[in-house]
Design a protein around this ligand. Structure first.
Ligand code: EPZ
Length: 417
């Protein structure tokens, strides 16, 4: 299993350009199933979650051409509406295929994607929403059978503004006759990206970014070309790297608006942050200050995908910080590993009380999930001595060559496969 070996202490300095967003690319790949014309994706992130998703598309019969700076996906010959159990279980994001597969074939058969390292990950909101659109959903033996001959527009109210459920239902509604309203919809930037793509395909979708999304279903949709927006979580991770190493990093090709919550919290921690049109510079100001309260929530609240990285910043802060994880039910697995590095953290239910220490010390730690693994790398960068982060392949799910980028910024980090 790959591991990252880090000798902490270097101040990270320099600049880097942020790669395309995983969570924007994945639903857009799924949208390729809504048309029989080829689609072109630029600035796609070369990360394992993306390659896995593309293998699912190929499995159901699509053709994917990897060209220098773009992907061409042609789903003309897609013919399978059954998602193989192995793929569905391995790749949580396969759930984004349910809506498009159903809209395309009027049939879909999935197994439960199952929980993952950060929680139970139910799909009840997806299924209930599809039922509101006239889909007949039956569940038997761990499999979900969706029959959509009577797929039609309808009114959906989400109990929770689920990103995946919002995206799935937008894509199902795009080819459903009639009008659909999705209320209490997710407001993440990736939803607006999907709306733009669907409208480029000839759909009529409005309201992304607000809590109500209106879709007028169409009979047929065109191909599209899309350039992935920069990954706001990858950007946030490098912002924290500048703070915990007391360095100075300029991130190019970012959308500052997507980083406002992170910028606000890191300023509270004492960082100096300069914001430009499509770049941001983060300058550490010595040991971070405590952050009184960080509570994760739906966008534009503080992103749950940055919670683990903020635990690392809080672990070395002057004073005590409180971090509340209000999105997922089991997303503090990195805390046990930070404790091995000398952190002083108490977890009570979904609350972490973090009393900052002067310095963490290196240790052998394990990535339990994607963002938790990134948090441990950040901890290794500022710890005294050597840190070995095991199961590094988990980090490759969401970060392109993290160790190479960090090395270019001055980190003493290498990978051992
Ligand atoms: C997306 O996951 C992201 N993944 C996650 O990023 C991100 O953490 C999450 O949104 C929240 O922002 C992708 O976009 C590929 P949700 P998703 O449905 O859609 C509950 C990363 O590290 N829920 O918004 O699965 C759920 O259990 C990943 O890049 C239900 O109860 O998240 C959770 O508590 C991790 N029933 C909450 O809603 C449902 O049917 C938010 O989940 C669906 C969700």
């Amino acid at each position: 299993m790959a591991k990252l070996i880090i000798n902490g202490g270097a101040k990270l300095e320099g600049e880097l350009s942020i790669h395309g967003a995983k969570n924007a690319a994945l639903p857009v790949f799924a949208a390729a199933l809504l048309t029989e014309e080829p689609v072109i994706i630029y600035n796609w992130p070369a990360i394992s979650d993306v390659y896995n998703m593309l293998s699912i598309l190929e499995h159901i019969g699509a053709h994917v051409a990897y060209e220098k700076d773009k992907l061409v996906i042609d789903t003309r010959r897609a013919l399978r509406w059954e998602m193989p159990d192995k793929l569905a279980k391995e790749i949580r994001s396969s759930i984004f295929m349910m809506g498009p597969i159903l809209a395309r074939f009027r049939m879909a058969r999935f197994t439960y994607p199952g929980g993952c390292e950060i929680g139970s990950r139910p799909i009840d909101l997806h299924l209930r929403g599809l039922k509101n659109l006239g889909v007949n959903v039956t569940e038997a033996g761990g499999h979900i059978m969706c029959e959509g001959r009577r797929l039609k527009g309808g009114d959906v109210h989400l109990d929770y503004p689920s990103v995946g459920a919002t995206e799935n239902l937008m894509m199902a509604a795009a080819l459903a006759p009639g009008n659909t309203a999705i209320r209490n919809a997710a407001r993440e930037p990736e939803i607006a990206e999907l709306q733009d793509v669907l409208n480029q395909m000839g759909s009529d979708v409005k309201g992304a970014g607000s809590s109500t999304i209106l879709i007028e279903g169409k009979g047929k949709l065109r191909g599209f070309s899309y350039t992935c927006i920069p990954d706001r979580i990858v950007a946030g991770t490098f912002m924290v790297a500048a703070v915990v190493t007391n360095g100075k990093i300029t991130l190019k090709n970012v959308i500052p608006e997507h980083l406002f919550a992170i910028t606000a919290k890191l300023r509270e921690a004492g960082a100096q942050i300069k914001v430009y049109d499509d770049a941001i510079t983060v300058i550490g100001q010595g040991r971070p200050k405590e952050m009184h309260l960080i509570e994760t929530g739906p966008y534009p609240g503080f992103p749950t995908d940055m919670q683990a990285q903020m635990c690392t910043a809080a672990a070395i802060a002057k004073g005590t910080s409180i971090i509340v994880e209000s999105v997922f039910d089991n997303r503090f697995k990195h805390v046990g590993e930070l404790l091995r590095m000398g952190a002083n953290i108490v977890i009570k239910n979904n609350v972490a009380v973090i009393k900052g220490v002067e310095r963490l010390h290196g240790a052998e730690v394990k990535s339990m999930d994607l963002r938790g693994g990134a948090a441990l790398v950040l901890a290794g960068l500022c710890a005294q001595g050597k840190t070995v982060v095991e199961q590094a392949r988990i980090i490759d799910r969401g970060y392109e060559t993290l160790e190479s980028e960090l090395s270019l910024l001055g980190a003493d980090i290498r990978r051992e496969d």
